[in-house]
Write a protein of this length. Structure first.
Length: 36
């Protein structure tokens, strides 16, 4: 997978500041599940 495919959605947070925190939490939880 390319960088854009992995992190392209993060670019949306620049335009959707209200969703930034929610998005970060979702990504964090996903990483925790993968590394648990």
């Amino acid at each position: 997978m390319s960088w854009d495919e992995n992190y392209g959605d993060l670019e949306l947070y620049v335009y959707r500041p209200d969703d930034t925190l929610i998005g970060i939490i979702q990504i964090y939880m996903t990483v925790q599940k993968r590394t648990a």
